[in-house]
Write a protein that binds this ligand. Structure first.
Ligand SMILES: CC(C)(COP(=O)(O)OP(=O)(O)OC[C@H]1O[C@@H](n2cnc3c(N)ncnc32)[C@H](O)[C@@H]1OP(=O)(O)O)[C@@H](O)C(=O)NCCC(=O)NCCS
Length: 142
């Protein structure tokens, strides 16, 4: 499975949207807003695909000055714990390093903090609430 960048509005993008909706949004009762769709057309979308389609995805937003924000990282539940998240993030980091990005920021759900720590991110500041659940700002220097 390779990391691929996918185009906003493409079939693969549609699959990433369905995966994110099912795993990140529906359990919290969150709706997809037109405002978000506006952002997503200006962000970059990365995915990993297995035989039956997308198994993992993540969004990267440029913050300028060599920094990006990572959002909406998901691995298909039955494929979690097999190193796919590590491979997706590693592949995306390689691409970002080539583009001279040197800082990744993200807001991690409390349950995912351990995953990002294993991949070299560190917490910055205090816990805060976002989309009704506790989050931590995390940062990694590339
Ligand atoms: C968080 C998530 C993306 C991790 O992906 P994954 O493919 O299961 O993770 P990997 O198998 O690549 O794990 C990489 C490392 O992190 C560790 N790890 C994975 N999930 C972890 C967690 N929730 N807490 C602590 N450590 C974790 C693994 O043990 C592994 O460690 P090692 O390689 O050093 O032995 C995935 O579990 C997921 O999609 N969760 C639901 C959605 C979510 O919460 N997304 C994050 C929103 S901020």
């Amino acid at each position: 499975m390779l990391v691929e960048e996918t185009v906003f509005g493409s079939e693969t993008y549609g699959e990433t949207l369905a995966l994110r909706k099912r795993i990140l949004r529906d359990p919290l009762g969150l709706e997809w807003t037109a405002e978000e769709e506006g952002w997503e057309s200006r962000e970059r979308h990365f995915a990993m695909k297995g035989d039956n389609g997308v198994v993992a995805c993540v969004i990267i937003r440029s913050l300028g000055n060599g920094a990006v924000k990572l959002r909406q990282m998901v691995v298909e539940p039955e494929q979690q714990g097999r190193g796919i998240g590590r491979r997706l993030l590693g592949g995306v980091e390689k691409i970002l390093i080539r583009e001279e990005v040197d800082r990744i920021e993200l807001n991690a759900r409390d349950a995912a903090v351990g995953f990002y720590e294993r991949l070299g991110f560190r917490k910055e500041g205090d816990e805060f609430m976002e989309v009704t659940i506790p989050h931590w700002k995390m940062v990694k220097t590339l």
